[in-house]
Write a protein that binds this ligand. Sequence first.
Ligand code: FAD
Length: 532
Amino acid sequence: MTEHRGGHDVIVVGAGFAGLYQLIRLRDAGYDVRVLEAGGDVGGTWYWNRYPGARCDIESIEYSYSFDRALEQEWNWSERYASQPEILDYIRYVADRYDLRRDITFDTRVEAMRWDDGSERWTVRTDDGRSRTARFVIAATGCLSVPSRPDFDGLGDFAGELYWTSHWPHEGVDLAGKRVAVVGTGSSGLQTITAIAPVVGSLTVFQRTPSYAVPAHNGPIGQRLDDVKSGYPAFRDESRLSRLGFHCREGETGYYTETSAADVRRELDARWSDGGLCFTQSFRDVLFDVEANEALAEYVRERIRGKVHDPETAEKLTPRSYPIGSKRMCVDTGYFEVYNQDNVSLVDLGEQPIARLTERGVVAGDVEREFDVIILATGFDAMTGALTAMDVRGTDGPLAEKWAAGPRTYLGLMTAGFPNLFMITGPQSPSVLSNMMTSIEYHVDWVTRAIEHLRARGKHRMEPDVAAEDNWVNTTNDVGDLTLMPRAASWYTGANIPGKQRVFMPFVGGVGTYKQIGDGVAVAGYHGFEMA
Ligand code: FAD
């Protein structure tokens, strides 16, 4: 690669799992890479989200790097589902093992990047006032890295302690005996509520939409780790070709609509006792057929009623307004049982919307409730938030303008008009519908091969052509529309962000199918991409 004086071959934005692996691959291939990271250390999601109970809901044997056989043998997970501290330890271990920090600039946020058609380079401006240039920029900025910050009236008036799960203090928070409110009942909310209920004085949960949750049955990983390690390469290959990027016994059972009631019950009971996200993979038609979906939903509702003693509270906790699987499923470790404690209460925001925060607490409906601590678990501006938060300008103008009516990408990897800008797990790729580790590794490998392909041919510029991009956007939408997923007002569609255009953003066709398409595009000489 011909280097520009003072510039880099590649700038990678973000030092989470994606940015770190991208650095390893490109450094190994001999490129000069600089990683820019807003946080104070490596870890991304697992650096920021340190709230009590934070835990992965994909099994640790699956949610880990697969690129180095030595690494996957030497690291030992302790539990079936890894906790945030253990995942962060793992990421730090990786950073040390491959000596990554020397190429990372921390505490540095990318504010803007501008493509220059003359020099065919990006100029990247950071919040320390510096500008750097690079031939390629790889946005490893994360799908869930920009918190949604609801603009409650009086947010600044609250005199107690106010925390965001997505930006939890590193030194921890003492909640013992305090009157605590949690706003939000998605994954982070559920995990926080379950973890803090035993220590707080009182807990009030403000719920906008109830979540479907499947038990985790977490515990020591035991012999399972050794069993998987002894056949890891084949195990990983299976994950890469699966629907969700991890093992789910998918396809073993047929269609709900062709299965007897007794067999349906047996299958759902078995999956419920296994625990975890594979519950929704019970039958092939769960995400396509209303009747099949409703059967699973009703099964979960019945379980909720079985766990929560007070029928009125149970009813409030029961999801009814959207198909199961169409919003991010939660994995719980005793969440519903929390509501059987005398010191825990639930406020349904449908009945009593939050009017404002006050010096003393929260006014919802006509009632003011007083708290020492308010915890906001209100989600993220998902998938596009981190990309459009930067002022990215390509050949035809700003990215935020191009995406005003929803993201437009080819394969979730690049967008026309923004040459040499790659995205890891960008919109219109499987990303958040998958084991993100599988999807991250696939994208990083794909991008690395594409850059190598250019170098081998003496080329230095790549972008999708508009027709290929239009086709992919249509394909993603069409496949999404085949399913029940767009029916929910979820963060998959941007519905949680006021003013954000509602478009179903991830590619729902599955990780294995997506890999076949991505591999095919590359083998066909990067079909749909222009290279110069
Ligand atoms: P991130 O880890 O989000 O890292 C992106 C980094 O980019 C961040 O450190 C951020 O600070 C940095 N950044 C962003 N913008 C800029 C900028 N402008 N300038 C400089 N730096 C910037 N996935 C699963 O598969 N299974 C799970 O169980 C799971 N659980 C999750 C639980 C929580 C609470 C959250 C929030 C996410 C979870 N995820 C899960 C998704 C998770 O984000 C991914 O698994 C994975 O960690 C993403 O890695 P990444 O490197 O792509 O992005």
